[in-house]
Design a protein around this ligand. Structure first.
Ligand SMILES: Nc1ncnc2c1ncn2[C@@H]1O[C@H](COP(=O)(O)OP(=O)(O)O)[C@@H](O)[C@H]1O
Ligand SMILES: [Mg+2]
Length: 357
């Protein structure tokens, strides 16, 4: 394992006039394999940056240990850790050219001039910014600037890359392009990377494995498909995927489960009397038969449309291919795919998974 976090706990002292806040990290353990790209994802404030800063050495854990390349990082200064960090709004030196910006971290490490030049050109080639070496940061677009920032991390060929929301200041199209580039670059270099984002699309598309965090806790650590198809909790289930998974309040009645407007066969594993049934928008369809409701909204996106259907007091979100022929106010019937249901206890744990363990 290239990066290992073992039971990391961290609390911050409240600032003056502030109340005691819950711990930022409540005992996070995580292992990143050599050459693996792990994405830490979760809502703002869940502890992603704090986790990354522990690996970078910018912050020390209250308890627990960080290992890089098998070596304990206790007491090891950031510059001696063989890790490089790229964060959002990464500042370049405004009075230095791209070349000088790229060479600066090497100069700080006492690498000689000739060698520095070759290393900077190497990094520039990989990021396709060779043509920009003579420019100043103010003469670059946002995307180019972010590439140079990555180049600065890349140039000294660290064993581990740490990315903290590197794309969140960019517009959507550029974000999608750079997302692809970061993924292929990290893989081409065979580098180990920890990538932090609050964006579920970045997590799904970039990760070898996704680590989903909430309130200082790691909820699930698994490949994207497993997290999507077998979410460990209802929080994970609703965090990944858009529109969000529908969660229906449900109760057992005899041999059946009443979930919102649906009457479902009881699953083969044991379920408590009160539970939640989750169904993704793509696993609901409009049919001739099914729960009768009214179409409240249609959002055409081109390749797909998102529908909002009200059935009694339950609001359901559906995803259908292409443009929908229905209109707002239409009477419709909603059917669900029985094979694609997710079962959660009232506290949110996945009942199917906890049974299998
Ligand atoms: N230097 C700090 N001082 C006090 N509280 C902090 C500090 N850094 C982070 N926190 C708190 O720790 C929690 C986790 O923060 P952070 O790791 O930055 O979250 P994320 O990156 O997931 O948005 C938040 O509640 C935040 O307010
Ligand atoms: Mg953060």
């Amino acid at each position: 394992m290239m990066v290992v976090l073992k039971g990391i706990k961290k609390s911050f002292a409240p600032r003056e006039g502030e109340k005691e806040s819950p711990p930022a990290l409540t005992g996070v353990s995580l292992e990143v394999g050599e050459g693996e790209l792990v994405v830490l994802v979760g809502p703002s404030g869940c502890g992603k940056s704090t986790t990354l800063r522990m690996v970078a050495g910018l912050d020390e854990p209250d308890s627990g240990d960080v290992f890089v390349g098998g070596r304990s990082m206790r007491g090891v200064a950031p510059q001696d850790r063989d890790v490089a960090m790229v964060f959002q709004g990464y500042a370049l030196y405004p009075h230095m050219t791209v070349r000088e910006n790229l060479e600066f971290p090497l100069k700080m490490r006492g690498i000689r001039k000739g060698e520095r030049g070759a290393m900077a050109e190497d990094a520039a080639r990989m990021l396709r910014i060779e043509g920009l070496l003579g420019r100043l940061p103010k003469e670059l677009s946002g995307g180019e600037r972010q590439r140079v920032a990555m180049g600065r991390a890349l140039v000294r060929k660290p064993r581990v890359f740490l990315f903290d929301e590197p794309l969140s200041n960019l517009d959507a199209a550029l974000r999608a392009d750079l997302r692809l580039e970061i993924g292929s670059l990290v893989r081409r270099l065979g580098a180990t990377a920890l990538y932090v984002t609050h964006d579920h699309v970045e997590a799904m598309t970039l990760a070898d494995r996704i680590a989903v965090m909430q309130a200082g806790k790691l909820l699930q650590f698994a490949p994207p498909r497993e997290v999507y198809e077998h979410p460990a909790t209802s929080f994970v289930a609703t965090f990944l995927g858009s529109p969000r998974m529908n969660l229906l309040a449900a109760r057992v009645e005899g041999g059946e489960v009443l979930a919102g407007p649906f009457r479902l066969p009881r699953p083969r594993f044991s379920v408590p009397d009160r539970l939640q049934v989750g169904v993704r928008p793509e696993d609901l369809t409009l049919q001739e038969t099914g729960a009768a409701g009214v179409l409240e909204a249609v959002e055409p996106l081109g390749a797909e449309s998102h529908l909002v259907v009200r059935v009694a007091d339950v609001v359901l979100r559906l995803r259908v291919p292409g443009f929908a022929s229905w209109r707002r106010g239409d009477a419709v019937n909603v059917a669900l795919d029985l094979g694609k249901l997710h079962w959660f206890g009232e506290s949110g744990t996945n009942l199917d998974l906890s049974e299998r363990r």
